[in-house]
Design a binder for this molecule. Structure first.
Ligand SMILES: O=C(O)C1=C[C@@H](OP(=O)(O)O)[C@@H](O)[C@H](O)C1
Ligand SMILES: C=C(OP(=O)(O)O)C(=O)O
Length: 426
């Protein structure tokens, strides 16, 4: 045990002695909930976000929007939002939520006064430059004392001009989504142009565009690397949030590792969620995958095949996929995810360190991980305040006896009650 952990921090990961057979319902999507909340706060009338995810990231978003002038009632599973004029001065706690630290400053710029943004210690290291610089390009004043990161202050002047913004979004798709979401309320809308290496997590930008269009906003996407939002009203709507498909990763992975069968209910037939990529990835790793009225069903044989896979579009799945690769019978080459070094932690470094500690033969590359078959042993798996590192840990625990997850409670970022839901599988 090291200095930064106590015995109560350590949670023994379940290690079942028979194949899992389960059907689960999962909480709502973080990405959809937080987009729906932002757009509801910008709308021309009241809105409802049904089956909203209640988690740290979404509660932080609800609190931020409340402090900026919206009424957000989270007392039932269906959250209602009554928009109001954007209010300043205010202080926004972003926690470790990328969606809060990136999506809220462009909304705060519509207010008349200073809005201070800060977050968890690690949040101060997450990339923010393109949002800060992008806002400056359209006439918004941002004070960051040269940090290019949290903490910073958006100095709203009662309205935003909008117009052309040129940014390098190769470190995060959230830079683009952030600038698009509030743009219908800017005088000239926005014309975001990306210049640089390819933008990661494109499904998340498609999600932003789809959610804007659903509320009557015109978004032009005819050219690659360019997104235009025309100025106009955002309709207040009544929407239902899909289950979080990325948080389905450990549950579906359990079918592969134990040679069992898991069904996730309410899996959408059409979705912009990156987690839908699990259907292809798990099939390549040897599972039988079926999408039906009952949901998404995954059946494993107990044998896992390694993969050579570009995760650029679905980077948030990397920790769970890497854990499966560590339990696989053949080598894996995971690539295209240099940008996840800027996620909740440097996920490539963290995965390489923690997998190695359990005996995995893993090598960190510039943009991914090479994982070769090895005999693993139990031990402590550190999570670095990263919910998805905890997901990797519990998947490993299925295949290896004696895995202890340090700070499993960090899963509350997007899934409070994760440990109980996980134990309920066995
Ligand atoms: O817009 C969103 O809701 C997200 C976009 C992605 O970010 P990156 O583009 O930084 O990977 C994803 O990984 C994150 O979990 C959620
Ligand atoms: C990268 C992630 O989160 P965030 O929205 O904080 O960027 C994630 O959930 O994997």
């Amino acid at each position: 045990m090291t200095l930064h952990e106590t015995a109560t921090d350590l949670w023994p990961a379940p290690h079942p002695d028979r194949p899992v057979s389960a059907t689960v319902s999962l909480p709502g999507s973080k990405s959809l909930t937080n987009r729906a909340l932002v757009l509801a706060a910008l709308a021309d009338g009241p809105g409802v976000v049904r089956r909203a995810l209640r988690s740290r990231d979404t509660e932080l978003m609800a609190t931020a929007l409340r402090d900026l002038g919206a009424e957000v009632d989270t007392s039932s599973d269906d959250w209602s939002v009554v928009p109001g004029p954007v209010h300043a001065p205010a202080m926004v706690d972003c926690g470790l939520a990328g969606t809060v630290m990136r999506f809220v400053p462009p909304l705060a710029a519509l207010g008349d006064g200073p809005v201070i943004f800060d977050g968890d210690p690690h949040a101060r290291t997450r990339p923010m430059h393109e949002v800060i610089d992008g806002l400056r390009q359209i006439g918004v004043r941002v004070e960051d004392e040269g940090r290019d990161a949290l903490p910073f202050t958006v100095l709203g002047e009662g309205g935003v001009r909008g117009g052309v913004v040129t940014i390098d979004a190769s470190a995060s798709s959230q830079f683009v989504s952030a600038l698009l979401l509030s743009a219908p309320r800017y005088e000239q809308g926005i014309d975001v142009r990306h210049v640089g290496k390819p933008v990661p997590s494109l499904p998340h930008i498609e999600m932003t565009v789809e959610q804007l269009r659903l509320r009557g906003v015109t978004v032009l996407t005819d050219e690659p690397n360019r997104w235009q939002v025309l100025p106009g009203p955002v309709r207040g709507v009544d929407v239902r949030v899909e289950p979080d498909l990325s948080n389905a990763a450990p549950f579906l992975a359990a079918a592969l590792v134990t040679g069992g069968s898991v069904t996730v209910r309410d899996w959408p037939q059409h979705t912009t969620q990156a987690g839908d990529g699990l259907r292809e990835i798990l099939a390549l790793m040897g599972a039988e995958v079926t999408l039906s009225e009952a949901g998404l069903s995954v059946t494993g044989t107990g044998k896992i095949q390694g993969i050579d896979y570009d995760l650029h579009d679905v980077g948030e799945l990397t920790p769970a996929v890497a854990a499966l690769c560590a339990l696989a019978e053949s080598p894996s080459h995971l690539r295209g995810v240099a940008h996840i070094r800027g996620h909740e932690t440097d996920r490539l470094a963290a995965l390489a360190t923690e997998l190695s500690a359990l005996g995995s033969d893993v090598e960190e590359t510039a943009d991914g991980l090479d994982v070769r078959p090895a005999v693993l042993t139990g031990g402590v798996f550190h999570t670095y305040a990263d919910h998805r590192m905890a997901h990797a840990a519990v998947i490993l625990g299925l295949g290896v006896q004696g895995v202890e997850v340090q700070n499993v409670a960090t899963t509350a970022k997007t899934f409070p009650g994760f440990a109980e839901a996980w134990s309920g599988l066995f």
